[in-house]
Design a protein around this ligand. Structure first.
Ligand SMILES: Cc1cc2nc3c(=O)[nH]c(=O)nc-3n(C[C@H](O)[C@H](O)[C@H](O)COP(=O)(O)OP(=O)(O)OC[C@H]3O[C@@H](n4cnc5c(N)ncnc54)[C@H](O)[C@@H]3O)c2cc1C
Length: 491
């Protein structure tokens, strides 16, 4: 049993002191022997990047960080952990936003970092699939696909650091979901190390496979609570021959919805991005991100980014976008619009959108939500939400942005300019309860793409029917009878 009396976690830094190991020394040495001393990080400064998530909202403590280099090593680690009741917290790029990858403060857990397990195992451009190990960074996979004249369409702000294993474990969404689906839709097969150490090899490259329960789809989105993903087979797509990006100002979310319908009708599957944001979210980005510039001449209360991708030609993409903008203007849906003139400008438009989350960190306190409602209900939801927010904190400002085409918004609320940030943040539970209650009344989701982790456990319990919660608990026990996988997360 772990000797928890020796824990001395520093609540401020989340580190544990070297002399304060929470696992017996001989057990720690047995774990280290599996990966070798070079690939084990003992508590201390070197471990600190593993113990703090991007926004500093969650910190934890660990007995050890292990960086296995083979699936066999992962399997040995899990077997020993299962035998000794040692908690394992899988960690990818540590970009998760709900604290799923951060251990608790006991210092009794081991962080299992997948970073070294990052090989390309196979690319099959006829089958349009790629088999990669879990530690591959998303951006590297995008590059590999491009080098083979293919597209791997998962795309998110953290793509330079997040890993495929983390993307699958969180069922990450991002900006490509509208046309290509989320991580679950991109995954055809998985390799998973179970808590027992057994390896589930389901690395099949099949688009059709109806043989029994789909275990892979239980694991995708399970946030490291069922097993360790070590590799996956993922879908590739043909690389578009032409891409057009436009920035559009609109008066209301209702007009944005009309424009979305127009674009979807005209472009069909070629509509690959439709993002919505408030003017305030844009202004914060322009104020706080070096080099960011206003994309439009005229002000508008709401903004939309549209992306069209054509499999035929750049002329085809351009004609589609021109058609959408001219019909949108004619129908009175658009206040102002700018079509990116070249790749650099298209990237600058996307950068503006991607930088919104980071920009808000420098613009005072904000209360954040990751919600979805049916696309058709978004205007009504936004109208009611504004009243709800005002009821909790008069003067608070909505700085939301997100993937309108998926009905998913990062419904962030900025403090009133004259408020003390701490006083505003003290309203976090009350504000979140009010926003989530409204989301539930629309039959929406309180976690559209970031997952549950440790942040939303209570909200999950409130939003999920007891029958479903009970089934989830039984699934957890079937995979992980000793409860060693990422304890304190999701359930
Ligand atoms: C700037 C920024 C923008 C973002 N934008 C988006 C976005 O648009 N859409 C979106 O969905 N998310 C977004 N995120 C959240 C985050 O990037 C995703 O959740 C991402 O998928 C996490 O991957 P990761 O490798 O960093 O995983 P981590 O943060 O390391 O882990 C996340 C969870 O997965 C588990 N896990 C990790 N690897 C494995 C594995 N191999 N096996 C089993 N479990 C594992 C962990 O235990 C944890 O519960 C953003 C984050 C940032 C910082």
């Amino acid at each position: 049993m772990p000797d928890t009396t020796r824990v001395a976690a520093d609540a401020r830094t989340g580190l544990i002191h070297p002399e304060a190991a929470a696992l017996p020394d001989d057990l720690v040495q047995r774990f280290i022997a599996i990966v070798g001393q070079r690939h084990a990080i003992c508590p201390g400064d070197e471990a600190s990047p593993y113990l703090r998530e991007p926004r500093g909202l969650f910190t934890g403590a660990t007995a050890l960080v292990l960086r296995p280099g083979t699936v066999a090593e992962v399997s040995k680690i899990m077997r020993l952990a299962n035998e000794t009741g040692t908690a394992i917290v899988p960690q990818g790029g540590n970009t998760g936003l709900v604290g799923g990858q951060i251990p608790d403060s006991s210092g009794a857990s081991i962080i299992l970092s997948l970073s070294r397990l990052d090989a390309l195992r196979e690319i099959d451009t006829v089958n349009n699939t790629v088999t990669v190990e879990a530690g591959m960074v998303l951006e590297r996979l995008q590059d590999i696909a491009r080098e083979h004249d293919r597209l791997f369409p998962l795309s998110l702000g953290a793509q330079g650091s997040c890993q495929i294993g983390g993307n699958l474990a969180t069922n990450a969404g991002g900006t490509g979901v509208l046309a290509y689906g989320n991580s679950r839709d991109l995954c055809l097969g998985l390799e998973l190390v179970l808590p027992s150490g057994e390896v589930l090899d389901d690395l099949r490259k099949l688009k059709k496979d109806n043989t029994g329960y789909d275990l892979k789809n239980l694991v995708v989105g399970s946030e490291g609570t069922l097993g360790v993903i070590t590799a996956a087979v993922l879908r590739l797509y043909p690389r578009p021959k032409g891409v057009e990006v436009a920035w559009v100002g609109v008066q209301t979310p209702g007009q944005a919805l009309d424009l979305f319908q127009l674009a979807a009708d005209m472009a069909g599957g070629a509509l690959t991005g439709f993002e919505l944001m408030t003017e305030l979210a844009l202004d914060m980005t322009i104020d706080h991100v070096p080099g960011a510039r206003a994309p439009l001449n005229d002000a508008a209360p709401w903004h939309v980014l549209i992306e069209i991708s054509s499999s035929r030609s750049s002329e085809d993409a351009n004609a589609l976008m021109q058609g959408i903008l001219s019909d949108g203007f004619e129908a009175g849906m658009i206040v102002d619009a700018a079509l990116a003139m070249n790749l650099g400008q298209a990237q600058a438009f996307w950068n503006l959108r991607e930088a919104m989350s980071e920009a808000q960190r420098h613009a005072g306190a904000s209360i954040k939500h990751d919600i979805s409602v049916p696309v058709s209900a978004l205007p009504e939801f936004l109208a009611q939400a504004e009243r709800v927010v005002d009821g909790v904190c008069p003067g608070a400002r909505v700085a939301c942005f997100g993937h309108m085409g998926d009905g998913n918004l990062h419904y962030n609320i900025a403090q009133p300019p004259d408020h003390d940030p701490d006083r505003f943040l003290a309203l976090y539970p009350q504000m979140t309860q009010a926003v989530h209650d409204l989301v539930r009344s629309f039959n929406g989701s309180i976690s559209a793409e970031h997952g549950i982790g440790q942040m939303k456990r209570h909200a999950l319990a409130e939003s999920t029917p007891p029958v479903a919660l009970d089934l989830m608990r039984r699934v957890k026990v079937a995979f992980d009878p000793n409860g060693i996988m990422n304890p304190g997360k999701i359930l």
